[in-house]
Structures are given as C-alpha cells and as structure tokens.
Design a protein around this ligand. Sequence first.
Ligand SMILES: Cc1ncc(COP(=O)(O)O)c(C=O)c1O
Length: 424
Amino acid sequence: MAVLTGREHRLSARARRTKEPQISWLLKKPLENPNIISLAAGLVDQQTLPARLIQQLVAELFENEDAAKRALQYGTTEGEANLRRLLASRLEQAGLQGPIDPENVVLTNGSQQLLFLATDVLVDPGDIVLVEDPTYFVYMGVLDAVGARTIGVPTDDEGIIPEALEETLRQLAADGDLPRVKLLYVMTYFQNPKGSSHSWRRREQIYEIIERYSSDENYIYIIEDAAYYELKFEGEDVPFLKTLDPQNERVLLAMTFSKAFAPGLRLGYGYLPSELTPHVLNQKGNHDFGSGNLAQNLVYHALKTGAFDSHSAMLRTRYQRKRDIMLDVLRSKFPPEVKYLEPKGGLYVWVTMPENVSTSPGGRFFEEALAREVLYVPGCYCYAQEEGRQKPDNQLRLCYAYIEEQPMIEGLHRLADACVAALR
Ligand SMILES: Cc1ncc(COP(=O)(O)O)c(C=O)c1O
C-alpha cells in the first residue's frame, strides 16, 4: 500500500489509482540531454507532417466565411454528420458489411479518448480485461485508473495464441471469475509494441472463443484497436476482426488519424455496437461536448479530395524505407543471438535478447545503452503486471518513425555496442 502524503487522502480513489506512466521519465530524457538518441519515442515522422496541405485546406475552408464560422462553433458530441457518413462509407469500402449506420460512428480526440470512454462505460473496479502480452502500455494506464484487473494473454508472431486465450478463460470460469470478464483488447494491425498483426485465422479463432465464453448475462466485448491499419507496407490485406460481427454487437472498432495523417489534430473515431453508442456519447458529453469542429472539417476535406489517401501512400513508402534501414543494421551489426520481428507495417521493431540479458532499467544492458546515450522502450513496460506471473524481461521496442535516418543508424550502432558489452 502506497503511503499517502499531504492531502492525498482527500483524492478520489480513481485519482489515486491514476499514476504517471512508468515510461514518462524515459521519454523525457532526450530533453535533458540532447546527445541522447531515442529509439524509444513513438512519435510520427516530423518531416512528413502535412503542414502545407493543412495550410491549403484551411485557406479553402476560410474562403467561405459561413463555413469557416461553422467550423469555429461548437459542434455535436458525436461529431460532424458529413464526416461520420463519409467514414461509414469508407469502412464499407474497406470490407465491413453495410449498411453501416453513421449514428454508430463517433468522433473522438484521438483514438486514445475512445479507448478511455469505452473502458469507462464498460469496466468497474475489479472487472477483468484481457490484453495481448505484450500490449500498448498507455492503455494499461487507463485500465489501472478504472481499477480493472488486467490479464495478459500470450501471443506469437500471428497474434494471440488461441489455446492460451482458451486456457485463460477456462481458468477464470473454474475460479468463478468469468462474469467479471468484460473486455478483450486487441490490436489487429502492426501492434504496439511488437509490430506484428493478427492473421485472419487467428481473428476467427479469437472471435469464436470469446463468443463461446460469452453469454447474454456475462457478455464479453472486444475492442479492436486498428491504429496502424493504414500503415501496411507489404503482405496481404486482412479484413478487420469487426467483419466477424455483422450485427454490430460485440466489437468496438477504434481508428485514428494520428498515425497516417497528423496526431496534432487529435482526431480518431470509433465504430461502436449500437447498444453502446449512447453510453459512450453520454460520457463524451461530460468530457468535452464533442471533438474539435475545425479538425473534423479539415479531415473531411482531406478525405473527400483524396489528399489523405495520397498522404498515407507517401508515408507507407517513407516508413518502409526507414524500417528497411533499421532491419539492415540489426542484421549486420547485432550479435546473431539477438532476434527480432520484421514488421510488415506500422512503426516498431520488437527485439528479443538472449534470456539471461535483462533489458529493464537498472539492468546491465540498459545501463550500457544509457552510457552510450541511446534509449529504447524496455519490454517489461508492455506486459500486464499480474501477481505471481513471471513475464519476459529480455525484450525491447525500437521505433523508426520519429528519428531521422542518420541518427537512427548511429543510435543502432551504439545499441549494438551496448549489446556486445552486455553479452560479454
Ligand atoms: C495501439 C495504439 N492505440 C491507440 C493510440 C492512441 O493514439 P491517438 O490517440 O493519437 O489516436 C496509440 C498511440 O500511440 C497506439 O499506439
């Protein structure tokens, strides 16, 4: 039990459960020391941000004073009707069974807000949320804040291992805890931190297992976080897991304009089961009355004119090149016992060191890296913390998105040296 200081005992239980992310100190390090090369920062590529395009879209919008004033006014909680209709039709084009009711498409401040709202609407303290092992660590902060019990389900290169999911649910049922399972959170495309995607077969298996353990009384929802959907460099197109839910009952699909366009617009959206939409909107109304109207107008025009699609095509080429450079250095400069996944999209490479090499802060490898002024995300931050369960401690996430090519190569060389030193 943490010791409370000052007036902390007057804080709500929720505020006390909400902690600064463990990783914050690490992300702040390069600000203190500009010589540090961060392969940890998960920001998008600065050079490619669509500044000119947005300037042009703003200029066009502001030519019509009425339209400009509408964009500067409050909007609706759910978001601009035109944009929601357009997004619904784009989801249909992407393979979701239509007609998709735009009423269930909700604009949010990034997909992070959608994850937050959906969790708030579904999860009480003590409820269970299943996540991938490893998972998006920021979402685990949201789960901690609501007091959820987060359970990690082992994954391999194709996503959640069906037998492991089945075993987890079987055990929960045997312990009488199945009624507390509210959600499975799954990233289907180029997940953060592993960079791997769920194969179609896995999507089907996961859906089937969840359906089987779910009942009307103890219904289990799935959040499909498809944040990196647009950033596919190669490989086949795999349909959304959401396509397995044509009645729109179980899967909340979370999408964002951050990764393939501009995170500063803070715009994402959800396609939600109709039963949940009003509840998410009630919470969102309390938060902010609705996402920024101006950003929604700009995104609408970027989509309508094709500018968004050409921009994301350009990004794919750029990120693919950066990924190739990172993989080349990993291949040529790192000791052969260091293994890594080759992502077919997204922003991350997941590296596994030999089992006796800890990548955690305080460990030899981390200190060797820090001494050489290079940073990575220690894998330990990406695993659900469950008492009594041993988690891998020998992995790390590298990001090739934000960093320029030359510093990236230099940073990887430093990391390779740190590896050699840690393995000695
Ligand atoms: C998997 C995943 N989901 C959601 C988000 C939230 O991003 P945003 O709120 O910018 O859409 C991120 C951001 O890094 C992410 O990696």
